[in-house]
Design a protein around this ligand. Structure first.
Ligand SMILES: *Cc1c(COP(=O)(O)O)cnc(C)c1O
Length: 336
């Protein structure tokens, strides 16, 4: 099956499995796992931050950041469709007593700077204390420029806020822009990046920031059950991914563009593509579209409403150039 549901579906390659098998291990809760320590040092260096902490997932990474930046009764400003707001179970509110203040997002996936400034609450006993601004890059595959990142950081700073970057797919943005990680993440107080999406590792994310912030995040990670022991088996995959799987993200972007171009040629199909993500809207799609493309060996996220179908396809290291034609043909055949 050509699986385009997400870039989280990748399997570790034989080379990555060898790196896992060869990893030197220790007990990371004691700070003794040399492979985890190396991963944390490498990520901190690549992002130009003082320190990093390896965490189980992107959700745990963002939650550790929220808890490290904000206390009970504090508030974070976040775009109203951002992952940290919509897709993480309200963890900051559940575990930290932290209130989200959602604001409208602009078409490129950044919160409107004017809305950010307008949402900051004055110092007054009535209000939650606004502490943090959360930004996402890429957002639904949208790559935001360094200038837009600087602008977001500046708006946060001007309003006395810390600024967090949910960079689950930040390397897709860096590769698309042709810049290094540190340039993309400059100015952010904390940055979360996923190893288990486009980078192809089986699990794990890394949160980076100042030494003091990461020390605090480490405390919350342990409390949330994220203190792993011989976690070097996972960190080794992460180190392998950082070394071998970043530049190749350009292939994912190129293949996504080819799939998008192929799909756009089908009648009644509207296509948008950004970095490794493709969003397709089809009016009057057959009700059994999913089954039809499955039969042709393709799977994607397909949702249906009022007779029209919305489809998300994501390219990743398990998708080859040959797969591109198969995917386009599958949808063309399914549409009759
Ligand atoms: C996937 C994702 C996360 C969460 O990562 P998990 O590892 O699935 O918990 C956070 N933010 C963004 C933007 C993501 O795409």
């Amino acid at each position: 099956m050509i699986d385009l549901r997400s870039d989280t579906v990748t399997q570790p390659t034989p080379e990555m499995k060898k790196a896992i098998a060869d990893a030197e291990l220790g007990d990371d809760v004691f700070g003794d796992d040399p492979t985890v320590n190396r991963l944390e040092a490498v990520v901190a260096e690549r992002l130009g931050k003082e320190a990093s902490v390896f965490v189980t997932s992107g959700t745990q990474s963002n939650l550790c950041a929220l808890l490290a930046h904000c206390g009970r009764g504090d508030e974070f400003i976040v775009g109203d469709s951002a992952h940290t707001y919509r897709w993480e179970g309200g963890g900051g509110a559940v575990l930290g007593g932290i209130q989200p203040q959602p604001v409208p997002m602009m078409a490129d996936g950044l919160p409107d700077p004017a809305a950010i400034a307008g949402a900051v609450k004055p110092k007054d006993d009535h209000f939650a204390r606004t502490r943090l601004l959360c930004i996402e890059n890429t957002k639904d595959g949208n790559v935001q420029s360094v200038a837009r990142m600087h602008e977001a950081v500046a708006v946060g700073r001007a309003n006395g806020l810390a600024v967090h970057l949910d960079g689950a797919r930040m390397w897709n943005a860096a590769v698309a822009l042709g810049i290094d990680g540190a340039e993309l993440t400059a100015g952010f107080d904390s940055v979360s990046m996923c190893l288990s999406k486009g980078l192809g590792a089986p699990a794990g994310s890394v949160l980076s920031g100042s030494a003091a912030l990461i020390e605090e995040a480490r405390h919350w990670r342990k409390m949330m059950g994220g203190g792993l022991r011989q976690a070097g088996v996972l960190a080794a995959a992460g180190l392998y991914a950082l070394e071998h799987n970043i530049d190749r993200l350009a292939d994912d972007h190129r293949r996504a563009a080819s799939i998008a171009a192929g799909l756009a040629a089908i009648e009644g199909v509207a296509v948008a593509q950004n970095s490794n993500m493709i969003f397709v809207d089809i009016e009057d799609a057959p009700a059994d579209l999913q089954e039809r493309v499955n039969t042709a060996g393709v799977t994607a996220l397909i949702s249906r409403r009022d007779g029209s179908s919305s489809i998300r396809l994501v390219t990743h290291l398990g998708i080859s150039d040959d797969d591109v034609a198969t995917v386009v043909d599958a949808f063309a055949a399914a549409m009759g």
